[in-house]
Design a protein around this ligand. Structure first.
Ligand SMILES: Cc1ncc(COP(=O)(O)O)c(C=O)c1O
Length: 356
């Protein structure tokens, strides 16, 4: 058997595997408090869907495009079956239309971050480089590709617009690509999105409908890029990739500004409450020495606790029926935002871990 040490494992582990956890810990699914994803616990309410939308093949929808253009503030926008579909496709787009021989092309990825990006470029044979701080101009070589998850999942680190604009300029001069994954951007105020710059042929911006709108199950997302790339991607995709009901629901969600501002407020309130609870449980009052090792970061859709006993805490939570995400580095736990009526249960479950 040939072993490829440079290859990522075939499938990555994410949150949202409640059935598996229920079996592993022998606790029925309905008894768990599942905070294992960064998907909003309050979702856009599903409207009644006309029968013909179920019955017909999905068609490109002008009204969805108009809604997306307004919501995202750019005409360079195209619906995809989740932003994940684009993550999987970008390396192939590059190989097809930029350069075939890619073994020497550097792809810079955040050391900590949603690992599907790395898997996708690595599996396609690119040269993977990891960064803690964004690479400097001197580090970038011809055709360099830089992936930024903004804000980062799970660290919550947010790059500001001017930083990314300056980076884009350097990358464009090298005929490279800047890929910005803004899956969690909808909750950031004021927005640091750079989606308005996608006339630039060296920039790709990914947006998710799953997180802020709480609609991960319908599998729809958006890509913003220069029209040249949107057309190439369309040519690479198979017909009917985005189903009709998803298009119908998303159009309404993107047009409903009243719901969006209520959702913003709800998520800010809930995530602040979560952060306060985690701070009271794990951080305060602690000696200065212990405090250095423990920290809380995140955004309006999740909070991440860096903790030296992350693995032990994760296992102990699971035995209690509390499912959070043990981060890939095993040094942190990401808590999705609970619904208001789930806080009492969470407070009770965390009580025994106070200052552990
Ligand atoms: C940072 C990030 N980007 C993209 C995705 C993919 O989301 P979706 O395909 O639902 O848009 C995820 C999913 O967890 C994510 O965490």
């Amino acid at each position: 058997m040939t072993i490829h040490p440079n290859k990522a494992p075939a499938a990555l582990v994410h949150g949202g595997q409640l059935n598996q956890m229920a079996e592993l810990y022998q606790i029925p699914t309905e008894q768990w408090l599942d905070l294992s994803t960064g998907i909003s616990p309050t979702s856009y309410p599903i409207p009644e869907i006309p029968q013909d939308i179920w019955q017909q093949l999905p068609q490109p929808s002008k009204s969805l495009f108009n809604a997306a253009r307004r919501y995202y503030g750019t005409k360079n926008i195209s619906a995809t079956s989740g932003s994940q579909a684009i993550i999987a496709r970008l390396p192939h787009l590059f190989k097809h239309y930029v350069q075939k021989n890619i073994t020497h092309i550097d792809v810079w990825l955040p050391q900590v971050g949603y690992k599907e990006h790395e898997k996708s470029w690595r599996d396609a044979g690119f040269n993977i480089k990891q960064y803690q701080q964004l690479p400097s101009g001197e580090e970038l070589t011809q055709h360099a590709i830089v992936v930024v998850i903004n804000p980062n999942n799970p660290t919550g680190k947010l790059q500001q617009q001017p930083t990314l604009t300056a980076l884009l300029k350097k990358i464009a001069a090298l005929s490279g690509w800047l890929v910005v994954d803004e899956a969690f951007m909808d909750v950031i105020q004021p927005s640091q999105s750079i989606i308005n710059l996608t006339d630039n042929k060296h920039l790709f911006v990914l947006r998710s409908v799953g997180k802020f709108f709480g609609l991960a199950g319908i599998r729809i997302g958006f890509l913003s890029a220069n029209q040249y790339w949107l057309e190439k991607l369309k040519a690479m995709s198979s017909p009917w990739e985005v189903n009709g009901p998803a298009q119908f629901i998303t159009e309404q969600a993107l047009n409903n500004q009243q719901w969006q501002s209520r959702q913003q407020q709800t998520l800010i309130t809930l995530s602040t409450q979560l952060e306060e609870l985690l701070t009271a449980t794990f951080l305060k009052p602690l000696s200065k020495d212990a405090e250095i090792k423990i920290s809380i970061s995140g955004c309006g859709l999740f909070k991440t606790l860096i903790h030296p006993q992350a693995t032990e805490l994760f296992q102990s939570f699971c035995r209690q029926g509390l499912y959070v995400r043990l981060c890939d580095e095993k040094n942190a736990l990401r808590f999705g935002v609970p619904k208001q009526d789930q806080f009492a249960k969470l407070i009770k479950l965390l009580a025994q871990h106070r200052h552990s």
